[in-house]
Every structure is written in structure tokens, then in C-alpha cells.
Design a protein around this ligand. Structure first.
Ligand SMILES: Nc1ncnc2c1ncn2[C@@H]1O[C@H](COP(=O)(O)OP(=O)(O)O)[C@@H](O)[C@H]1O
Ligand SMILES: [Mg+2]
Length: 390
């Protein structure tokens, strides 16, 4: 398995013999990578229980387990009592390791973890996040608005979801302005080091927004684009979909071999347009191009009418008739609300959670990236009780 296929683990514990035991077992296993940062992205969290915090600690663990959904939590503790353990186990903690930690027990637990994971994913290896790209039929139709808020909505409708927003507008990405962040790095830097790319490195070049979104900004200098080849972008996206549940890409409005490659890899191509003739003409040209370029792209196409007006010289039905294709979604016209969110550096969910425009994008997200089937009820006695004090 290549480095980017690794299962990511995060150790929420101080330097100690117990921590060393986990580090050694995880690195010797070969399928795991220990993240230095970013617990929320790790497939597996190992936490050291702090019994001195009493009830507060137990509530914190319960909250973490619930938030992480199907991404498992292991616990270790020097002291514990059996009743507390039973309670944690009912809450969904998967494995418990009394200290001193036995490396043999850790190895077996990692082995069991992988078996469960294979069962969940129906295959060996990491998750396969969904990639949704957003393309504009014309400048100014709301491509960035849809991309940013679609990503934010994906974050909102599934507990513990990790969502990335990748901006591919060159050379001026605006997603960072919409989110009021000043990224230090951009994806041009990782392309130059693609063979060294792993989850830790990827996360280190991304910027976090208060909403929880992770942004991967574009290079703003043409010099940084030398390594931007369809192959390198593919490698980057392959890793991104292993780290994130959903990756939303603001692809801008240029068709070239890179954007076509991104469309090829994506699970859905959202084409944003508005109700006017130039847009209609561009959607037609877009269709001609993707039909010629490659089989399979049209099936993934989802035409979205932004700034939708019921009363318009060009109705959605007219557009559907002219295109011979259905319009997948309509997002209502609300310039005031969308602009206010942009000016505040907030997502629509933060700035105007109840507005119809916000709800329309949230529903679009639910349709494009449905939350997975609820996991089977956790095994009540899934925790392996090991010998130890207590
Ligand atoms: N649903 C909408 N209703 C009204 N105005 C919108 C809507 N979506 C976006 N806009 C406005 O359109 C302008 C351009 O949006 P932007 O997302 O930057 O477009 P693009 O990325 O296609 O250039 C912004 O001022 C934004 O407020
Ligand atoms: Mg834009």
C-alpha cells in the first residue's frame, strides 16, 4: 500500500511509555500513519483517560465518541474502575488498554480494527470521500457562492463529517475572501512534492475556517503552476478523498485538460447557470465539449439554476426544453443575503441559517452527498475487557 493509502491515527496523550507503545505498534504495522495534528481527520483516535477530571472526563469522552461517528475511539488509563469502563463501552468506545500497555494487545486490537474497517468499507484501505466539483457557465453566476456554501452544508448535515473546499480558480481564488481567511500555503506547493504527500503534509497546507471547513487555496503566481499536471492533480485528489468525507471544488469556468480531469474524477459535476440567453448558450457549448471529450461525464452532470426567478423571460422550463436535459436544482435569488455573508466572511449557514437561499443549498448538499446509512447499532459489549486493576 502506498503512503497515501494509510489509515490515520491520532494519539491524544502525553509523552509516556503508553504513548510509545502505541507509536511503536502503529508504525511497525505499516498500514497506519500517526498524525501530528488534526484529531478530527484521524480514522482512529487513541485517548488517555484522565481520571482526575471525574465526570467531566467521561462526558468529554462520550461527546468525542458521538462526534466521531464511525471513526473509532480507543482508550487507555492507568487507573479505572470497572463500572466506569462499562459505561464508556456502552457509549461506543471500542477498545480499552490498561497500563502498562501491552504491545501484544495493541497489535491485536489494530488487527481487529482493520477487520472491522474492511467490513465497513467493503474493501481494504481508507475511506472514499465524495468529490463534487462546481463549474460556472459564465463569470459571476455564483459558482463560488454555491461551492463555499455547498461545502459548508455538507459539514452541517452529517455529525463528525470532514469537508474540504478546494479552490481551483487561477490565479485569483476567491473562496478565501468569502471565508475571510488568509491562507499561508496553496496546492501548488504540494504538487511539487507529490511523492512525499501524506495526510499530515496535506493538512498542514490547508487553512481552517471557524465553521470547520478546511480550505485548500490556489497558487496566485503562475510560477507555482509548473507542476500542475492532470496526473499530479489526480494524485492530490486521490489523497483528499481518503482524508475527507466530502471534497468540494470551485473549478471556476475554464475547460482545459486539468479541469476535465477533475470532472472525470468527480462524483458529481455541478454546472451553475442563471436564467439568461448567454448562459443557456454556454451550457450548450459545455455539453458539446464534455460529450466530445469523454464518455461518462454527462451522467454526472447536475445543472443548477442560481438566482432563480419564477417570473422571468426565460423560465427554467424553457431552458430544459432548449437543452433537452432536466435542471437538477433551483437556488432562489437573494442578492442581499448572499452578499452580506460574503462581506462578513461567513457561510450562509452562519450568516442566515433560515433564509430560503441557505436552505436550497443545504438541500442540494443532501441530495448530492447523502449521509451514509446509519451504522448498525454499536455492539454493547464490543469493548474487550482486559485484565487489570479495577
Ligand atoms: N442565489 C443568489 N442570489 C442573488 N445573488 C447571488 C446568488 N448567488 C450569488 N449571488 C451574488 O452574485 C455575485 C457573484 O457571486 P460569485 O459566487 O462570486 O460568482 P462567480 O464565482 O460565479 O463569479 C455575488 O455578489 C453574490 O452575492
Ligand atoms: Mg468565483
Amino acid at each position: 500500500m502506498s503512503i497515501s493509502d494509510k489509515i490515520t491515527a491520532f494519539l491524544d496523550m502525553d509523552a509516556s511509555p503508553a504513548r510509545r507503545a502505541f507509536e511503536e505498534c502503529l508504525s511497525e504495522d505499516g498500514d497506519f500513519e500517526v498524525l501530528g495534528d488534526g484529531e478530527e481527520f484521524a480514522d482512529l483516535l487513541v485517548r488517555e483517560l484522565d481520571p482526575s477530571r471525574g465526570e467531566e472526563e467521561l462526558e468529554a469522552v462520550a461527546e468525542i465518541v458521538a462526534r466521531r461517528g464511525e471513526r473509532e475511539v480507543f482508550l487507555t488509563a492507568g487507573e479505572y474502575d470497572a463500572e466506569v469502563l462499562m459505561r464508556l463501552m456502552r457509549q461506543g468506545v471500542r477498545e480499552f488498554f490498561p497500563q502498562p500497555v501491552s504491545q501484544e494487545e495493541v497489535r491485536m486490537a489494530l488487527w481487529r480494527y482493520k477487520a472491522r474497517r474492511e467490513g465497513r468499507h467493503g474493501q481494504r484501505g481508507s475511506k472514499q470521500g465524495r468529490i463534487i466539483n462546481v463549474f460556472g457557465a459564465k463569470g459571476g453566476v455564483g459558482t463560488t457562492t454555491v461551492a463555499v456554501n455547498l461545502a459548508a452544508a455538507c459539514l452541517g448535515h452529517k455529525a463528525g463529517a470532514s469537508v474540504a473546499l478546494m479552490d481551483m480558480n487561477l490565479p485569483f481564488g476567491e473562496a478565501q475572501l468569502f471565508l475571510d481567511i488568509a491562507p499561508k500555503y496553496h496546492w501548488g506547493e504540494v504538487l511539487g512534492n507529490i511523492s512525499r504527500l501524506d495526510a499530515t503534509y496535506l493538512l498542514s497546507v490547508m487553512s481552517r475556517h471557524a465553521s470547520g471547513l478546511s480550505l485548500l487555496a490556489p497558487p496566485s503566481r503562475l510560477d507555482d503552476l509548473q507542476m500542475a499536471t492532470p496526473e499530479n492533480i489526480s494524485s492530490l485528489l486521490a489523497l483528499m478523498r481518503q482524508v475527507f468525507d466530502t471534497v468540494v471544488i470551485d473549478l471556476g469556468m475554464y475547460l482545459d485538460e486539468i479541469t476535465l480531469k477533475v470532472m472525470d474524477i468527480s462524483d458529481a459535476i455541478v454546472l451553475v447557470c442563471v436564467q439568461n440567453l448567454p448562459c443557456l448558450a454556454n451550457v450548450r457549448r459545455f455539453l458539446d465539449n464534455i460529450r466530445q471529450a469523454q464518455a461518462g461525464l454527462e451522467e454526472k452532470l447536475r445543472i443548477v439554476v442560481n438566482r432563480h426567478l419564477g417570473e422571468s423571460e426565460l423560465t427554467v422550463e424553457d431552458m430544459e426544453n432548449a437543452l433537452g436535459l432536466p435542471v437538477y436544482w433551483r437556488i432562489p435569488n437573494d442578492y442581499k443575503t448572499t452578499l452580506a455573508a460574503i462581506n462578513q466572511g461567513k457561510t450562509l449557514l452562519e450568516a442566515a441559517p433560515k433564509a430560503p437561499v441557505t436552505r436550497a443549498i443545504a438541500d442540494l448538499a443532501k441530495n448530492l452527498a447523502p449521509a451514509p446509512e446509519p451504522e448498525q447499532k454499536r455492539r454493547l459489549f464490543g469493548l474487550k475487557l482486559l485484565t487489570g486493576r479495577g
